[in-house]
Design a protein around this ligand. Structure first.
Ligand SMILES: Cc1ncc(COP(=O)(O)O)c(C=O)c1O
Length: 439
């Protein structure tokens, strides 16, 4: 019997020396400037003083910066080297299973210590807070990935961390809780009785399963009430998206190693940070007219902020305590169904992603969760990696693009971001395998 060995290269690995030295700030290249955040009372653009109780000055500076490049301090790069550069992989076995002429690549962010892209900004945020003398960070987490990332980052820079974890995830994912505690952080199920925001929700609905919007209200309230404590957000804001551009910058160099340019770049979108991270460095060429690459953000049908939300000013949290952000939103009182992609259950979308969607540079698509789990299963059985339920949305879209390419007889080059692994999501996979998962 002869065995045919495929000589198609599957992994594209950058040396440590090629870790990006700067973050890429897309604000410098926007044809129309981003609408500013507004004060909820006056509806005037806010100044840095309104954000100062919550964030260190360097992150506020990055939030409003229009400099194209922001240098990454050596301390942050040193911490990134624990897991970066991450590999770019070609999904040759998946291509074969789909019998498609498309070539499918994915950036594997699941290799980080927390198992997702979230440490890219957690490390940066912990560092800048530490540098400004802050000793404690408080945050929210949906699926537990962000809480894990921030707990890890705070342990690196010797900061205390407290995490309000959306109650449904706290119950569905006990090992995410343990993971967060392993790094010395405290985890509280949200809504909790520790804050006014939490108590107000519980008095109306004692069985509330929580939401990211509620957990954000709790964390913001606590950060605002203590001088030693700042707030840390895992998505949505400009500085978070900025930190995630290390993904796309590495992917550009790796696609070049592969001798390819993507026809379409895909990411799942909860608050928009991993999508922005892989897309924005490639989008720079699209904005300048140098490429015609498409960009596809994929969201859950049960929380479709881009495809069905309104583009207007709204609060970032449920209690209405944050500045108003111009974004695609389902309304800050929207209660998403407790689907398993906990990280995609957010009522709004990053202002920067919303703006580029509104300007026609980004496409969006929504899928129900069973279709995504089916894609996750096919990916696991071909490529050997069990994706996070969030990432399975990107995989569903990548597979559909590859099937469309087959119908059209087209050699489409598809790049998606594998934002995380699903090793803590086995209860969700159990539900899928036993046929009890509903849409
Ligand atoms: C693995 C994974 N992917 C994606 C997301 C969604 O967030 P974002 O849209 O900011 O990347 C999350 C959020 O928790 C996540 O854990």
């Amino acid at each position: 019997m002869t065995v045919t060995i495929s000589r198609t290269q599957r992994r594209f690995v950058l040396p440590e020396a090629e870790l990006p030295t700067h973050y890429y700030n897309i604000a410098a290249d926007l044809p129309v400037p981003l609408p500013p955040p507004l004060h909820p009372g006056t509806r005037e653009p806010i100044g840095p003083e309104m954000l100062a109780p919550l964030f260190p000055m360097e992150l506020i500076r990055q939030e409003v910066s229009t400099d194209r490049e922001v240098e990454i301090p050596e301390e942050i790069r040193e911490a990134y080297r624990i897991y970066r550069p991450t590999p770019l992989q070609r999904a040759t076995a998946l291509e074969k299973a789909l019998d498609t002429p498309a070539r499918i690549y994915f950036k594997n962010e699941s290799v980080s210590p927390a198992g997702s892209h979230k440490p890219n900004t957690a490390i940066a945020q912990a560092f800048y807070n530490k540098q400004e003398g802050i000793s404690r960070l408080v945050t929210e987490t949906g699926a537990g990935q962000w809480g894990s990332a921030l707990a890890f980052a705070c342990s690196l820079f010797d900061l205390e961390a407290k995490v309000f974890m959306v109650k449904v995830s706290y119950e569905q994912k006990p090992y995410r809780r343990s993971f967060i505690q392993m790094f010395g952080a405290t985890v509280i199920p949200s809504p909790s009785t520790e804050t006014n925001a939490g108590r107000a929700i519980l008095s109306e609905d004692p069985d509330s399963t929580g939401s990211l919007g509620i957990a954000i209200s709790e964390a913001v309230e606590e950060a605002g009430s203590r001088d030693d404590t700042k707030y840390s957000l895992g998505s949505v804001l400009n500085h978070v998206l900025l930190h995630q551009t290390v993904i796309g910058q590495e992917a550009m160099a790796q696609m070049e190693m592969a001798g390819e340019r993507p026809d379409v770049v895909i990411g799942c979108a909860g608050g928009g940070s991993n999508f922005a991270g892989i897309a924005f460095p490639f989008l720079r060429d699209r904005l300048s007219g140098a490429s015609s690459t498409r960009f596809l953000a994929v969201e859950p049908a049960s929380c479709p902020s881009l495809t069905e939300g309104e583009y207007r000013y709204d609060f970032g949290d449920t209690a209405g305590t944050t500045p108003l952000l111009k974004m695609h939103t389902l309304g800050n009182d929207f209660k998403p169904a407790p689907i398993h992609a906990g990280g995609l259950r957010y009522h709004g979308m990053a202002p920067m992603v919303s703006h580029l969607y509104d300007q026609g540079f980004i496409e969006a698509r929504a899928y129900a969760q069973n279709a995504c789990f089916e894609a996750a299963m096919q990916f696991a059985r071909t490529e050997g990696l069990i994706p996070a339920p969030e990432s399975s949305h990107a995989i569903r879209a990548a597979i559909d693009e590859a099937l469309e390419a087959r119908e059209a007889g087209e050699e489409r080059v598809i790049l998606f971001n594998l934002s995380g692994h699903g090793h803590f999501d086995m209860a969700a996979y159990d539900a899928y395998l036993s046929g009890s998962l509903t849409d």
